[in-house]
Design a binder for this molecule. Structure first.
Ligand SMILES: Cc1cc2nc3c(=O)[nH]c(=O)nc-3n(C[C@H](O)[C@H](O)[C@H](O)COP(=O)(O)OP(=O)(O)OC[C@H]3O[C@@H](n4cnc5c(N)ncnc54)[C@H](O)[C@@H]3O)c2cc1C
Length: 322
């Protein structure tokens, strides 16, 4: 399954035109158009039980919301350890949530306003580099890649950043002032570093690395996005864990997030889970939410307001999925 996702990512790179907030805005509109309501800045602190069934949530400001179903898309530590007290739920849920491991490696990103679109030296050799959406920079051998990953897994910040770059405004001109360009660098990084102190220097090292491949690179302005910001902004991405939890044998497929919760249902009636910490995993796949919506609609006998996507139908017809 993971191999298929990786292959899909390699061959079908995509950028959300207008910025990634457009995707969440589109989802927001779809929910509202279907009669739903979305509450922003409303932190859930508890899931309320009534007669052993999930019966609603309690927000941080004390507001209580009653519900026939509670669907959690956040990590299992929050869902089972924070939203319930230990004695309220089966012991194995508590045990598996306690065992949940975050990713060891996260992201460091630099966004830049550019005078010119980067011109890669290697493009002189006749490659289509100027047209590429994602350009990987700094890797020349498998051994170097493995060494790089080992350093990161051991919590060491590579001195010479290896990453990927995109000149975003080539694909989405609205993201830059006329006559200018925007670019984005992203690389893997460990969470545990004094990011507040080093982020500027590390951003400069990333730009230096990028410039060594594209000598005309001239940032007018940069904004870096260190791992510590990820956790601050998105509570469930603990330690910058952008997939809501590591991909280890016991946290993948049928075991994600645990054997009793990997098919949307949980041992607690009325409580469902989906999102990146469930099968098929993290990234902007929409898979967890799509599977969850189908299962819950069927469980409640409500009509689905969506159609099966064409690629799911053709995968089914080709026998790739059941
Ligand atoms: C810097 C960065 C770059 C990335 N780049 C890519 C990429 O290029 N391609 C890709 O496919 N994926 C990328 N990802 C990963 C991708 O964004 C995630 O895997 C994906 O967003 C997970 O979706 P989700 O809906 O399961 O959870 P999330 O998007 O994490 O949504 C969960 C929501 O729940 C909210 N929440 C948390 N706790 C509570 C609470 N107690 N009460 C109420 N709300 C709560 C959070 O604020 C959040 O809005 C990136 C992630 C990061 C951080």
């Amino acid at each position: 399954m993971l191999l298929r996702i990786i292959y899909n990512r390699m061959t079908r790179a995509a950028l959300c035109v207008g910025g990634s907030h457009r995707l969440s805005s589109a989802l927001h509109k779809t929910v509202v158009a279907a009669g739903g309501e979305i509450r922003d800045t409303a932190e859930v602190v508890r899931i309320r039980l009534a007669d052993q069934r999930a019966a609603g949530v309690v927000l941080q400001d004390g507001t209580e919301i009653d519900a026939r179903a509670v669907v959690s898309t956040v990590d299992p530590k929050q869902t089972f350890l924070s939203f319930f007290s230990e004695k309220e739920i089966p012991a194995d849920l508590v045990k598996r949530a306690n065992q949940w491991q975050w990713e060891k490696i996260t992201f460091f990103g630099v966004h830049a306003a550019l005078k010119q679109a980067p011109q890669y030296r290697a493009a002189d050799a006749g490659h289509d580099l100027q047209k590429a959406m994602i350009t990987f920079l700094g890797l020349s051998s498998t051994e170097q890649l493995l060494d790089h990953l080992r350093q990161l897994e051991n919590g060491r910040l590579p001195e010479n950043p290896i990453g990927h770059a995109t000149c975003t405004s080539l694909f989405d001109p609205i993201s830059a002032f006329k006559g200018h360009y925007t670019g984005r660098w992203e690389c893997l990084a460990p969470f545990d570093a004094n990011w507040e102190a080093i982020q500027k220097d590390y951003a400069a090292a990333c730009i230096k690395s990028w410039k060594s491949w594209a000598p005309n690179l001239e940032p007018l302005f940069t904004l870096s996005y260190p791992p510590s910001y990820i956790e601050k902004k998105i509570k469930n991405m603990v330690k910058g864990s952008f997939k809501h939890g590591d991909y280890t044998p016991l946290q993948m497929g049928y075991f994600r997030p645990s054997e009793s919760c990997s098919q949307v249902f949980t041992p607690i009636d009325g409580l469902y889970v989906c999102g990146a910490s469930t099968y098929p995993g993290g990234m902007i796949l929409g898979g967890g939410g799509y599977i969850g919506a189908n299962v819950i609609a069927e469980d409640f006998g409500v009509a689905k307001t969506w159609k099966e996507p064409e690629f799911v139908t053709s995968a089914r017809q080709a026998g790739v999925i059941a």
